[in-house]
Write a protein that binds this ligand. Structure first.
Ligand code: GLU
Length: 304
């Protein structure tokens, strides 16, 4: 369908009628307080237009979506050498599981489970101080989104830190296998802050375009890196529901517990959707349904 705005309007109307909206993440107060009635979606096109529906200008915590940005910086810094730090296979276990680390000598399965994301942040930081790396990360995200008005929500970062014992356990376990090159508390402090980046759908869709590529899109993420990152998003981007997301949507995407999903439609568009209620697998319930509908109406699944 070529009338993309028509597609978005239809999705917006359909989602507004939904009564079962899933459950908002409750592990930290700033996320538990978010109103589940919200839904927003944006599609950023290579020609500079960004089409939207619903609450596309309302900011939210991007949480695990940030893992895509740190992966990009880590690959930029280490190239193929990055893969000696983190694997590239789906884990088949909970995103915060420590089991697999024990079986595989502290080498995390992929960059999107928590252990892998912490190892990725460690690699991307090189030996820079957290503040220096976070400034680099923010300027990368702002450049990709073409918007300077993107910040870290300090209250969310503080809450992550206060409740982050399992992430601490993962990091210390990896450190005990000499997998981290920065001090654990510095890596975790950086990780908690990256998860607390606050963006809206419009900004996130434009940032997603950097991973989709397309005619005239600035080459912020090289073609070789896009290929790698998109394949990982397709295989591991939705926790234990990555297979289901590939089956229903057929586009590389990364979700976060804040209810956002970043999607790259290769060569076509960057897409972002947000609705804070989560399904049983921890992905945005309405967001997943909206993307399923979008892929069906546009025929944009990479599987035809
Ligand atoms: N800050 C969360 C954690 O590390 C991120 C959760 C998520 O979005 O998957 O547990």
């Amino acid at each position: 369908m070529s009338d993309l705005q028509g597609v978005l309007d239809r999705i917006g109307l359909t989602m507004a009628e939904r009564t079962d909206r899933g459950r908002v993440a409750s592990y930290i107060p700033p996320l538990a307080r978010v109103d589940p009635m919200q839904f927003g979606m944006a599609v950023a096109l290579p020609d500079g237009r960004t089409l939207t529906t619903g609450n596309a200008a309302t900011g939210f915590s991007i949480q695990s979506i940030s893992k895509v940005f740190t992966l990009s910086l880590a690959l930029g810094r280490l190239g193929e050498g990055f893969w000696s730090h983190v694997g590239r296979e789906p884990s088949g276990q909970a995103f915060n599981s420590i089991l697999q680390l024990e079986h595989e000598a502290g080498l995390p399965r992929n960059p999107f489970i928590n252990a892998g994301a912490i190892a990725t942040t460690d690699a991307a930081m090189a030996n820079h101080e957290p503040k220096v790396f976070l400034a680099e990360l923010l300027s990368f995200v702002r450049a990709a989104a073409e918007d300077e008005d993107i910040h870290i929500d300090q209250a969310v970062a503080d809450s992550e830190k206060a409740t982050g014992d399992l992430n601490r356990a993962l990091a210390f376990f990896m450190a005990s296998h000499d997998r981290l090159s920065n001090p654990v508390e510095k890596v975790l402090g950086t990780y908690f802050h990256q998860c607390a980046i606050h963006m809206n759908c419009r900004q996130l869709a434009r940032a997603a375009l950097a991973f989709a590529g397309g005619p005239g899109v600035p080459n912020l993420v090289s073609e070789a890196r896009r290929k790698r990152i998109n394949s990982l998003m397709m295989l591991c981007g939705h926790y234990d529901a990555s297979g289901d997301f590939a089956f229903r949507v057929g586009l590389p995407g990364k979700s976060g517990v804040g209810g956002g999903i970043l999607v790259a439609a290769p060569g076509r568009a960057g897409i972002a959707v947000w609705s804070p209620g989560l399904n049983a697998q921890g992905n945005s319930k309405l967001g997943t349904e909206a993307l399923d509908m979008f892929a069906t109406l546009t025929g944009w699944s990479v599987f035809g």
